[in-house]
Design a protein around this ligand. Structure first.
Ligand code: ATP
Ligand code: MG
Length: 298
């Protein structure tokens, strides 16, 4: 029997549910009252920074929001996942940071969604941590580049490398908000103290506007009791800065980048995609409620 045969009560109910879900997916997201700039950071490797950057950005862009992703990791994983060229020699964020090239000149359109753009990272960026050391105003170079951007975008996401070096400092100085993805695993909170101390230093000396606005729990595995403990611990510690949506462990999220895609186009109805869609909506709705937000990091 066709489950959506609406002549039966169950079929009609199912059709109504599908219709409601489809409408919900299509409902545009609210645009922020002013541009939001996020640093997506956690010096721990492999916690989902890039997956979060790429899929939140794609979800927002698919709902009428204009988004720029700045790939600040020499690995170039965000550029790969957004299907943007990043071979050595491609105009990239390296030339912006080290060569004073305008950000507008290196931005490429992602095929993932109409309003989605990416400033790619090439392997050249690997030398930037050291090359930046001797530069004038070395911590504020990305901030200056974003300030003179003429591309009109509602959101900027800066995908940081897994370190607290000058690239991440540049992201923290350029951003208004910090988004920390936390993997639902043992020791999840370990090392965060160091990141938060850096955030305090940046706030005190370089960027008063910066605030830790968003925590996203990633790679949640419902089969382990440990994951629930981590979720609870993070919520106790960070309160309502933790998004209500938790991202499950889902193989589609890991597969999508090898096709140069976000999970949202690779498999739009996978649990991974739907959870990033829900997280993106939450993020967008929060941005409208509290455009300036509350201060404080802990
Ligand atoms: P790095 O510190 O190296 O930049 P990262 O913090 O950006 O890493 P990702 O690259 O997003 O982390 O994720 C690490 C690995 O885990 C990748 O292979 C990614 O595809 C996979 N992954 C991320 N999130 C999930 C998830 N929710 N479920 C399954 N796999 C995931
Ligand atoms: Mg990454």
């Amino acid at each position: 029997m066709d489950p959506l045969d609406t002549s039966t009560p169950i079929g009609a109910a199912a059709a109504a549910a599908v219709e409601a879900l489809t409408m919900e997916r299509r409902r545009p997201f609210p645009r922020p009252s002013r541009q939001r700039i996020f640093a997506v950071a956690n010096q721990k490797g492999g916690v989902g920074k890039t997956t979060t950057t790429v899929n939140l950005s794609a979800a927002l862009a698919m709902h009428g929001i204009r988004v720029l992703v700045i790939d600040l990791d020499p690995q170039g994983n965000a550029s790969t996942a957004l299907g943007v060229e990043h071979r050595s020699g491609t105009p990239s964020i390296y030339e912006v940071l080290l060569g004073d090239r305008p950000l507008d000149e290196v931005i490429a359109q992602s095929g993932e969604a109409e309003g989605l753009f990416c400033a790619p990272a090439t392997i050249d960026l690997a030398g930037a941590e050291i090359e930046l050391v001797s530069m004038v105003a070395r911590e504020g170079r990305l901030r200056r580049a974003i300030a003179s951007l003429s591309h009109e975008v509602d959101y900027v996401f800066i995908d940081c490398p897994p370190s607290l070096g000058l690239l991440t400092v540049n992201a923290l100085v350029a951003a208004k908000e910090l988004l920390i993805p936390i993997q639902c695993e043992y020791y999840a909170l370990e090392g965060l103290g160091q990141l938060l101390r850096n955030v305090d230093l940046v706030q005190a000396h370089l960027n008063q506007e910066l605030r830790l606005s968003t925590i996203l729990l990633t790679m949640y595995d419902s089969r382990t009791r440990l994951a629930d403990q981590v979720v609870q611990e993070v919520k106790d510690h960070f309160g309502d800065r933790v998004l209500g949506t938790t991202i499950p462990r889902n193989v589609r999220l890991a597969e999508a980048p090898s096709y140069g895609q976000s999970a949202l186009t690779y498999d739009p109805v996978s649990r991974g995609s739907l959870s990033y869609l829900a997280a993106a909506r939450e993020l967008a709705e929060r941005g409208v409620e509290t455009p300036n937000g509350a201060g404080g990091n802990r």
